[in-house]
Design a protein around this ligand. Structure first.
Ligand SMILES: Cc1cc2nc3c(=O)[nH]c(=O)nc-3n(C[C@H](O)[C@H](O)[C@H](O)COP(=O)(O)O)c2cc1C
Length: 177
């Protein structure tokens, strides 16, 4: 587990090799078992494989987004969507000070997807900077559901060195902040 967590990298260059359906199914299963607020499972995912759709996704990323090429050229993209009014709400009433627990749920789903992909020898990158309404339109995401992240997946064509992380003493506090 520690190796998988530490060795997963954001991969922004893939080979031409297709992702086997069995591996995709395993990734979907990992997404399915993510914990969620009240087990309400607000997540919905769209698997994008059609070339013209991936091209349009790439065009809708923020300018100079380093993931543009991999979005277009990779074998598939998982669009991670969720229903904001499901997570953190009970009978339509917000349960805590946070309106957006669905973002938390989708983050966990995304991490499950990327860790599982890495375990299977695949690369991935979470992408959050794009024109969300236009991508929702492109992928036919219904009202009441929001598309938060795009995750291209494929066989890695490079192995980037790990970006630095904070030292433990720079973010861990015992007993008081
Ligand atoms: C919520 C979120 C949004 C991100 N959005 C983008 C993005 O739009 N484009 C991109 O190339 N990488 C994106 N990344 C990847 C980060 O840049 C990357 O995780 C970070 O630099 C650490 O590198 P590592 O994943 O290899 O450990 C995003 C990551 C997260 C968690």
């Amino acid at each position: 587990m520690t190796d998988i967590i530490k060795e997963r990298r954001s991969i922004r260059r893939f080979t031409d090799q297709a992702v086997e359906q069995e591996k995709l199914d395993e990734i979907i299963e990992a997404a399915r078992w993510a914990p969620s607020w009240g087990n309400l499972q607000c997540c919905e995912i769209v698997i994008v494989q059609k070339a013209e759709k991936k091209k349009k996704l790439a065009e809708l990323l923020s300018a100079k987004n380093p993931a543009s090429k991999v979005m277009e050229n990779g074998p598939l993209v998982i669009a991670v969507c969720g229903r904001p009014e499901k997570s953190g709400y009970y009978k339509g009433k917000q349960q805590t000070r946070y309106q957006h627990w669905f973002m938390y749920d989708l983050g966990i789903v995304s991490q499950n997807i990327c860790l599982k992909a890495h375990e299977l020898g695949l690369g991935s990158v979470m992408v959050g900077s794009f024109d969300h309404p236009k991508v929702e339109e492109l992928l036919n995401v219904p009202a009441g559901c929001e598309l938060v992240a795009l995750i291209p997946i494929g066989y890695p064509d490079h192995s980037p060195s790990p970006p630095k992380r904070k030292e433990v003493e720079d973010f861990v506090h015992y007993d008081k902040f």
